[in-house]
Design a binder for this molecule. Structure first.
Ligand code: NAD
Length: 514
């Protein structure tokens, strides 16, 4: 851990990885429970973790067994009574300390997040900043909470009392590893719950570093435990454990369904499921024609929403719909902008894994076979599993002439989760809303227009938990975050996170002789 902690620049990290490589003893992550790191048995299953930009193996991820999960949940359960009663001021102080330590080591986290996930260093820094805010936000939120009270006709005073729900399973995906895991850990601990967290087995590095932060910050033993492992064994055992009172999960819709199924008889379990998306970006003609500045902003925003983090953000706008009258103009200007500003290896990183590369490649092959037009981008080469040193690079790809139905229409319906965007024309507002809502998902939507009436008229009709008008990815941590339809259930953020991590009871105090 010391060597890893000291590797806080890309050069130092590269030197460390080369040293590890030449010693043929790969970095093996360790589970974190009872405030202690422990190495998994060599007999335990391990997964190799690869650097997306080069394809080299950088670490071995141990897979916690059902017995490991049971032990960690029992530790979190033992820590719960004291932590749930710890004064808010103290919980706040400790979380503030966590936030400060991450901030002091911002570059370390950014470097390893970039190496592990494939994102650019610049993008990684933004996400580390958001992780810092997750802890600082909830550390102060709990100091200013209020709950409701009512009088019952002069008979009783009633008030809402909140108490921490218990032990939580916190499970995150690979696309924004530190940011999404801390989005769960920070409110969970702030509201007095304890947890066993499991990052994605594909990108576990920043969670390993985060465990060291919890130790430095002096969090009490077992309040937060971090286990590594896959979904089939570790994740499944964790969500189904009877002593787990709730699951905050972010990942794919199929996994969300599996979790709901696995916990169906545990009716007491709080489930917060943040799932996949296939988000529309609607471009109205006025956004292009009002002024040159508006036109530039529209193209920039649509491109950013499509290609930030290689399109590997659940909130990316991967289906662009453009008003017919400016369609050709938009396609040309958008393609020119993307080609100039989104360059692989510079402003665009590598996609997360070989498996994901193959999945995205499959969609692009379909696009080619079905005669769709590649305005930019192409089908990337096949990479064999044994080939190393190449990295998983896919050029930003803009597709037009995508069929709305039949073979090939899956590009408009399924989550590709990569640097691929489709552009389709629409005739009028009704058709735009119809196209946008023609999806099993309902996570986010981007609306680009200068018409004030339309902003509300269209914005309020979109099936999306988050609607951004003339902007994208703006977040205020107190607002509800989550999706409609198959994009999930439950909302998190501020008091919505409190709903996830606490139980509410209404206390009635008689105000008259009863
Ligand atoms: P995934 O569902 O495959 O895995 C997510 C996590 O769940 C991983 O930690 C994995 O190990 C674990 N897991 C897998 N099977 C499990 C099971 N049966 N029980 C318990 N845990 C299990 O998703 P992914 O491929 O890592 O991430 C990509 C998906 O995440 C995309 O669909 C993307 O849209 C979604 N996502 C959603 C949001 C959001 O806020 N709605 C944010 C980011 C990513």
């Amino acid at each position: 851990m010391e060597a890893l902690w000291a590797a806080n620049s890309l050069d130092k990290a590269d030197a460390l990885l080369q040293q590890i490589d030449s010693a043929s003893s790969p970095l093996t992550l360790q589970h974190f429970s009872q405030n202690t790191f422990s190495a998994a048995d060599e007999s335990a299953k391990h997964i190799d973790s690869f650097e997306p930009k080069t394809g080299r193996c950088i670490a071995r991820i141990p897979c916690a067994s059902a017995a490991d999960v049971d032990a960690a949940v029992k530790s979190a359960k033992a820590a719960f009574p004291a932590w749930s009663k710890t004064p808010r001021a103290e919980r706040s102080r400790l979380l503030r300390r966590v936030s400060d330590i991450i901030a002091e080591n911002r570059e370390l986290f950014a470097v390893w997040e970039s190496i592990d996930q494939g994102k650019t260093l610049e993008r990684a820094r933004i996400e580390v900043d958001r992780a810092i805010s997750n802890f600082s936000y909830f550390s102060t939120f709990i100091l200013h909470e209020s709950t409701s009270s009512r009088m019952v006709d002069g008979v009783a005073l009633t008030y809402e009392h909140r108490s921490p729900a218990g032990v939580f399973a916190l499970i995150s995906p690979w696309n924004m590893p530190l940011y999404l895991l801390t989005w769960k850990i920070a409110p969970c601990l702030a509201f007095g719950c304890t947890a066993v967290a499991k990052p994605s087995e594909v990108t576990s590095m920043s969670a390993f570093l985060l465990a060291a932060v919890f130790r430095q910050a002096g969090l009490p033993d077992s309040v937060i435990n971090i286990l590594f492992g896959d979904g089939a064994v570790t994740g499944s055992a964790l969500v189904a454990h009877p002593a787990v009172h709730g699951v905050s999960f972010t990942g794919g819709t199929a996994t969300g369904i599996a979790i709901r199924r696995a916990t169906v008889h545990q009716i007491y379990k709080h489930l917060s499921l943040e799932l996949g998306g296939k988000n529309p970006t609607l471009v109205f003609a006025d956004a292009l024609t009002t002024s040159p500045a508006s036109r530039a902003k529209t193209i920039r925003t649509a491109a950013m929403a499509a290609f930030e983090n290689q399109g590997e953000i659940c909130l990316c706008g991967s289906r662009i719909y453009v008003e017919q009258s400016v369609y050709d103009e938009f396609v040309a200007a958008f393609t020119e902008y993307v080609t100039a500003h989104y360059r692989t290896g510079e402003t665009v990183g590598a996609v997360v894994s070989l498996q994901h590369y193959a999945k995205i490649r499959g969609y692009l092959e379909t696009a080619q076979h079905r005669g769709m037009t590649f305005q930019t981008g192409s089908v990337p080469p096949v990479i064999d599993a044994g080939e190393t040193g190449k990295g998983y690079w896919i050029e930003p790809t803009v597709l037009t002439d995508v069929p709305a139905t039949g073979p090939g229409s899956e590009l408009l319906r399924e989550e590709i989760f990569g640097p691929v965007v489709t552009i389709v024309p629409f005739a009028d507002e009704d058709e735009a809303v119809g196209f946008a809502n023609d999806s099993e998902y309902g996570l986010a939507a981007v609306l680009l227009t200068n018409d004030g009436g339309r902003m509300r008229r269209v914005g309020e009709q979109l099936d999306a938990g988050l609607v951004w008008v003339n902007c994208w990815l703006v977040r205020e941590l107190g607002t509800p975050f989550g999706g409609m339809k198959n994009s999930g259930t439950g909302r998190e953020g501020g008091e919505y996170s409190r709903d996830v991590f606490t139980v509410a009871r209404t206390v009635h105090l008689a105000t008259v002789e009863w």
